[in-house]
Design a protein around this ligand. Structure first.
Ligand code: AMP
Ligand code: MN
Ligand code: MN
Ligand code: MN
Length: 284
């Protein structure tokens, strides 16, 4: 079984439409794919509908990646199997989307003050769903102001850089609560990517677990073995289940759907009690 529980579409900062993502997942022989756009679930229904018709073997799960702020860090929490029909949840995500709109104005203002010729309309033209810093990075690259999206972050968009706008995201515990109230499971996204000491990471895991978080990502296509091992042992220590996802945004040399996401037998995966999935595993 190839299970990938973290991916993006054009509804946030992914390069592929929900339909294209489904097609690619099928090509890559992915069995289970969770679509987890930033602060939106707008691509899910389309993807599910399309998969039903054109990729019947692929199971598409509803998901979301919620932006939070915790002790000054930007922490992402995945909500898996959230109820797409939950009106309260949709309204709550709407609040986050509005914060993205407000932040965009501040980022544009800061970029212009830094002497860059850029308009919000250029960024919006690239955002088919919610607007993300990834879109700002694309515009900066297209204008030859930056040579690579990564550089746009190190120079302008990253934390405390010239055009960084402190976001007003909800806090970690609130995101977990929203996900649980929408009948989903909360997964701490890419704990290995946060620029923090192990001491802070331990604090984060303590708070996440106390808030009702159920799992943490411990595997990624390019994660070094020692880091992966450390994440597995932390998950075991904090009583969290394990999850794995490619965080796919666009086809590239480094990322691919379903690539190198196996979990060790020593830890329970988040899907250990997903009935439907386990029936498929037994059959295969
Ligand atoms: P946002 O959610 O709008 O704050 O944007 C965060 C997104 O920007 C992440 O999900 C990544 O897709 C992208 N991103 C963050 N840091 C970097 C980086 N250093 N280089 C390239 N992309 C990045
Ligand atoms: Mn992203
Ligand atoms: Mn993320
Ligand atoms: Mn992501």
């Amino acid at each position: 079984m190839k299970i990938d529980l973290h991916s993006h579409t054009t509804q946030s900062d992914g390069a592929l439409t929900p339909q294209e993502l489904v097609m690619r997942a099928q090509q890559m022989q992915v069995d289970v794919l969770a679509i987890t756009d930033h602060d939106t679930i707008a691509g899910i229904a389309q993807a599910k509908e399309y998969a039903k018709q054109y990729a019947p073997k692929l199971s598409v799960l509803s998901g979301v990646e919620i932006s939070t702020r915790w002790h000054g860090f930007e922490i992402h929490v995945l909500g898996l199997n959230v109820d797409e029909q939950d009106a309260t949840f949709l309204a709550r995500l709407g609040e986050q989307q509005q914060k993205r709109e407000d932040r965009s104005l501040t980022i544009i203002d800061k970029l212009q003050k830094a002497g860059i010729d850029i308009e919000l309309s250029e960024v919006k033209a690239r955002a088919k769903g919610v607007v993300s810093r990834g879109h700002f990075a694309q515009v900066l690259v297209s204008k030859n102001i930056c040579s690579h999206p990564q550089q746009a972050f190190t120079q302008f968009l990253g934390k405390d850089k010239k055009a960084y706008a402190t976001p007003k995201w909800i806090d970690l515990a609130t995101a977990v609560q929203w996900i649980k109230e929408a009948k989903g499971q909360a997964v701490l996204a890419h704990p290995y990517h946060y620029d923090m000491t192990t001491k802070w990471l331990r604090r984060l895991l303590t708070d996440f677990k106390a808030a009702g978080g159920e799992a943490m990502e411990v595997q990624h296509s390019n994660l070094a073995k020692p880091k992966h091992d450390m994440m597995v042992s932390l998950a075991l220590e904090y009583g969290l289940l394990a999850s794995a996802g490619s965080d796919f945004h666009a086809p590239s040399r480094w990322t691919e759907l379903g690539k190198r996401l196996q979990l060790p037998d020593t830890i329970s995966p988040i899907w250990h009690d997903w009935q439907h999935l386990n029936e498929n595993i037994r059959e295969s």
